[in-house]
Design a protein around this ligand. Structure first.
Ligand code: 4AD
Ligand code: MG
Length: 477
């Protein structure tokens, strides 16, 4: 008999038909009631076993974590909290689970503990909800761009460029590390390496994306990116997923409009399609917040926060305005920031970003026109000679979620800036060709997928929204 999904079964009106379900046992009470879960929803299906007619041997093997198949009649349930249940005529054990050794006990585990058993944490309510939301969001991203006529471009994972010029790349090599070939001068001889040169894992698909935009007009990439930045924070991963659209004939304002529209679209998609999971996560967060002192609690519930984002335009402010606000605010005057804001030109720390978003504007903020010194080489230089057409989107509880800019499309200006910043002009000659042959204004941005998921699920640690987190000194599974 065909297997039905529990999510669908729970929605049907029982007509006493016989059906088969398969899943993993969450609990087994009184030798009679199995709570079965198959990951399609956090809700379990109750299977009622007639223990008088079931072999003792089988009953013993219905343990937490075991994979089973149950066949029986779908009937209206008398039990609390469920409309239907299965009156089993047969239960088959597919895969045993030693209840004594099974790491997931029917109790609340800490998120830290669950990270150590990432191969099993999918089976918990919290991670079930998180990863169903993640799945939906990935689909929503593709749906959004597809509906807008964007072309999905696969940019490479192994790359010869460091798009951000920040030197935070992971090298890719097949050298024997105990015997690395050197040239006469003693330098590593990359000519003998697999690709014949020094290459790395991509930190961003942007440069390749720009090439594609110069032919297809509107493109996006959505793939894994890698950064060897030694940031052990709740918002940094060494391997994360990024969504990077790149559009020809776009200026900074068009870029901001697109980013805002996209964020609202995917949030709405999640609310429309994953409400049950988000409600669960919202409640989970409320419980967690109760542990915190009153003044540290969020003013809005997760659900209200998401709705608020849909109903309100993002605030748009320049870096210069933001610095004024920060410099003048009481928090700064009372020296409550770790990094005090004293002069124009300083880079914003996440404490500053969060102050602007959470305390000052109380809504998502798009910051624009940053000093050129603190931004990447490819950003378009403004006429003031000091700033570039950059945009960062800051979200409550997260800080920076999007980083983007209008690109410098003028060859001479770009080359000059690259030389000033020590970016290898020769090596990036292929990139500069876009400025030689039919250059045009263009813009794009990068959305950190895990940061988006953090925001929508209300989770606080980025390690808890990616299936297998990779962070400094940690690469399990
Ligand atoms: O601001 P970033 O570095 O921008 C770029 O990479 C541009 N090339 C994007 C573009 O214009 N096409 O990174 C973009 C976003 C950040 O705003 C953040 O959300 C996320 O990527 N991000 C990270 N997420 C998790 N862990 C990290 N280590 C991240 N670094 C950046
Ligand atoms: Mg950035």
């Amino acid at each position: 008999m065909a297997r039905l999904r529990i999510k669908d079964i729970l929605k049907t009106i029982p007509t006493n038909q016989t059906i088969t379900v398969k899943g993993w046992v969450r609990t087994f009470r009184n030798n009679s009631f199995i709570a079965l879960n198959d990951g399609s929803t956090n809700n379990n299906l109750q299977i009622v076993v007639d223990f008088t007619n079931t072999a003792e041997e089988t009953l013993k093997r219905i343990t937490t974590g075991a994979a089973i198949s149950a066949t029986g009649m779908l009937i209206a349930s008398q039990g609390k909290g469920q409309t239907v249940e299965i009156k089993a005529t047969s239960v088959e054990i597919i895969g045993d689970s030693d209840a004594e050794k099974y790491p997931l006990q029917p109790k609340k585990h800490s998120l830290e503990f669950l990270r150590e058993i990432a191969h099993l944490r999918f089976r918990t309510n919290t991670f079930g909800a998180v990863f169903r939301v993640r799945n939906s969001l990935a689909f929503a991203v593709h749906k959004f761009f597809n509906e807008k006529g964007f072309l999905y471009m696969h940019t490479p994972i192994i790359s010869a460029n460091d798009a951000e010029g920040a030197g935070e790349t992971f090298h890719v090599t097949n050298f024997d590390l105990n015997n690395i070939p050197k040239d006469e001068s003693g330098a590593i001889d990359y000519k003998q390496d697999f690709f014949g040169k020094s290459v790395n894992l991509t930190v961003s698909g942007q440069l390749e994306g720009e090439l594609a935009a110069m032919a297809f007009s509107d493109i996006y990439t959505f793939g894994p990116t890698f950064r060897a930045e030694n940031s052990n924070t709740v918002r940094h991963l060494a391997e994360f997923w990024m969504i990077e659209p790149e559009m020809a004939f776009y200026e900074l304002k068009d870029n901001m409009d697109l980013a805002e529209e996209m964020l609202q679209y995917v949030i709405k998609y999640a609310l429309d399609n994953n409400l049950e999971d988000i409600e669960f996560l919202s409640q989970r967060l409320e419980e967690e917040e109760k542990q915190k002192p009153q003044n540290e609690r969020n003013e809005l519930s997760l659900l209200d926060k998401l709705k608020f984002c849909l109903d309100n335009k993002f605030e748009r402010v320049t870096y210069t305005q933001a610095i004024e606000i920060l410099r003048e605010c009481n928090h700064n005057k009372k020296k409550k920031f770790t990094y005090l804001v004293d002069k124009w030109g300083v880079d914003l720390q996440s404490e500053h970003e969060r102050y602007l978003v959470e305390k000052h504007f109380k809504k998502p903020v798009i910051l624009t026109d940053y000093p050129k010194e603190i931004k990447s080489f490819y950003m378009r230089q403004n006429d003031d000679g000091k700033t570039v057409a950059a945009m960062d989107i800051l979200f409550p509880g997260i800080g920076e979620i999007v980083g983007g800019s209008q690109r410098e499309e003028r060859l001479d200006k770009l080359e000059t800036r690259m030389k000033e910043m020590g970016i290898p002009v020769e090596e990036l000659s292929w990139y500069l060709d876009t400025r030689r042959f039919g250059t045009c204004p263009h813009a794009g941005f990068g959305l950190g997928f895990e940061r988006l998921i953090l925001f929508i699920t209300g989770m606080t640690n980025i390690r808890d929204v990616i299936p297998f987190p990779r962070t400094p000194k940690n690469c399990e599974f």
